[in-house]
Design a protein around this ligand. Sequence first.
Ligand code: HCA
Ligand code: CU
Length: 387
Amino acid sequence: MSRIQILDSTLREGEQTPGVYFDTHIMLAIATLLDKIGIDFIEAGHPIVWPEIKQGLTELTSSKLNSVIAAHSRTLKKDIDEALDTGVGFIGIFYCVSEERLNGVYKKDINQVLEQISETVAYAKRKNSEVIIRYTPEDTVRSEFENVVKASVAAVKAGADIISIADTTGYMVPGTDRNMYDYVLRLKSEFEKQGINPKIAVHCHNDRGFALANAIDAYRAGVDIIDASVLSLGERAGIVDLAQLLNTLYLDFGEEKWDLSLLDKLYCLVSQYSGVPIPVNTPLIGDNAFTHCAGVHSQAAIQNPVHYQSIPPDLYGKEQKICLDHMSGRAAVHYMLSKIGHEESSEEDKLTILRKVKEIGTKGRVVDEEELRHIVEWNNSNGGGKN
Ligand code: HCA
Ligand code: CU
C-alpha cells in the first residue's frame, strides 16, 4: 500500500508562469486527465486573483472527480471565505516567517504572525471542519528554523492537517549541508518533540535544477505529499516536473498507483493551452525521449532496446524510434527500410540510400519514413532496386 500522495499545481503554480492562463473548460480538461492518472490533490488556483479562477474552482469541485480540489489562499479570513465559497476540499495557506521578511516586508513580529496563522486556520476549520488545511511557511528552508517550528505548531494546534516545506527559491542542493533529506528528518523530529504529527508536504522549485532530486530526497526522508506541475510550469524555472517525478517513484521506488500512459496526452494538452513548447529532449515526453541516432546506438538498440534505454517507452504509450541523418549507419537504414516494406533492397541500394541520408543529415535535417520512400523511388529511377 503506497503512502505517498501527489499534489499537482499546474493550475495554480503553473499559472504563475508569465503569460499562462487556462480557461475554465481547459482547467476541467487538465483536471480530468490528472484525476484519471491518479493524482490525489489538484491545486487549481487562488480564487481572489480573478473571478473566472474562482468560477473554475467551483466548477471543478462540482465535477465529481476523485482528486481533491485545492485552493491557494493568503493567511487572511477574506481569502478563506472566497476559497470555501468554491466548495474545495483543501485550502493551502502560506505565510513567510523569516525574520528578513517579517522585518523588511510585513513589519510584524513573529508573535503577531503566529496569532494571525492560528486565527485563520481556526476560522477555516470552524466554518468547515472537513476541509483539509495545509500551512506553508513560505521560503521554509531559508527561514529561521525556530520560526518555522513555532508557526507550524501554531497552525497544527489551530487545526492544520499538513505542513509544507517550501524550497521557494530552489536553494537546496543534494549532498551539501543544505540538503532536503536532512531538513525533513530534522523537522519531523522537532515536530515529535513538540507533540504534533501533521502530514508533511514538500514543494521544490527548480532554480538550480535540483527540484526533482530534492523531492526524491524528501520522499526518502518520509514526506507524505509531493508537489509537482506539468512541464515544470511555475514561477521562474518552475517546480518538480510531474512526469519525471511519477516515473522515478514508479520505476525506481516501486510506487505503482498511476496510469503513466496518459501523461503524454496531458503534456500535449498543457503545452498547447499554455503556449509553452515541449523541448524535443524532454525526458519521457519529448519527441526525442526514445529516439536513437548515432550508428552505434541505433545498431545496438535495434538488436535490443535495453542496450541504450533504461526506461521502457511503452509505459508512456510510446515507441522506440530510430532517426536517420548524417549519424546513421547501415543498421538504421536497413531497419527503416524494413519498416516501409523495402527490407529486400540490395546491399548496393542500401549504401546509395545511406549516402543520400547522410547528405541530407549534414543539411541539418532528419529523413522521415515519407522521405525515405522518396529516396527509394529516386534510387530506383536511377537504375537501383533491381534485385
Ligand atoms: C507562492 C509561493 C509558493 C507557495 C507554496 C505553498 C512557494 O507562489 O505563493 O503555498 O505551499 O513556492 O513557496 O508557491
Ligand atoms: Cu512555489
